[in-house]
Design a protein around this ligand. Sequence first.
Ligand code: NAD
Length: 308
Amino acid sequence: MADERNNDIEETTIKGVNGPITGWLDGHTILVGLMAYPIRHTMSPTMHNNAFAKLGLNGAYLCFEIDNEKLPGAIDAIRTLDMRGSNVSMPNKKKVIPYLDKLDKTSQMCDAVNTIVNDHGVLTGYTTDGMGWLRSLNKDGQDVKGKVITLAGAGGAATPIAVTASLSGAKEIRIFNLNDDKWEQAVKNVDTINKETDCVATVHHLEDREDFKKSIAESDIYCDATSVGMNPLQDQTLVDDPSWFHEDMVVSDTVYAPRKTKLMEVAEKAGVKHIYNGIGMMIEQGAAAFKLWTGKEMPTDYIQEIMD
Ligand code: NAD
């Protein structure tokens, strides 16, 4: 159950507003939301509101502290208030599905939704995290078509990455996970990908270090989508030996805080040319949602400058 929030309007520091706001936040403003709990740490409003302002679009993005209990009413409100849509995050990514009218293919395969689009009362669920990961690679000239990928993880970030890569022409995805509460999801992801796409997916135990090392050596792309590298595991990496990597591969870490993870340092030592943190994925998943709501490309270079 979400905490009761004081709904008094508090004083805050408003940066970048040097005069009266006109033509924005008026009677025509269209609302987009984010429904999650907890929510106060999110960077999404900064991203979307700056994109609206930069492009001169009369939209506003606001956060709503919504847990599973409040979810049905919140989804009703999307229709009632004629909102353009909403992002959805934990704990609502799976729970929201029964309240929607349609799901795109990626959401069906992930069994999760992070973006809702309201087309005149018809609510469609999308999952843009995997697309965000792919777009961030594409932006730097990298692609997954025909590639062999070793992917560590099977949680909320890894699942849409695996599904999107498989739908976007990856040749092979080898999913490594610990024998923990996400192992079952790893098995499910592999089954779904093999059933629904031409990509060959296999599931492996992360505890088998030799298998993991061999797989990375044979891969074009290594992606770590586990919690390792992020607080409180920021001093750890699943690969600590640079000799496991080869120069021409892509090494991608989904972590964006810190901006340079231990994994990235190891990849750098190995001379890997294409190394990415998760900031591109984070911005591009937002850009993919923004495109669904507005039909416009988010000015991502400008947004990245603001976020850095
Ligand atoms: P999750 O809890 O859904 O999944 C966690 C995954 O990490 C599971 O596969 C679990 O088995 C694995 N894991 C946990 N501890 C581990 C350990 N000690 N060793 C090996 N594996 C371990 O979490 P999530 O939402 O999928 O987040 C995973 C990572 O992705 C986090 O680092 C998060 O920062 C990042 N993330 C990035 C973005 C982005 O836009 N860049 C978005 C979401 C998540």
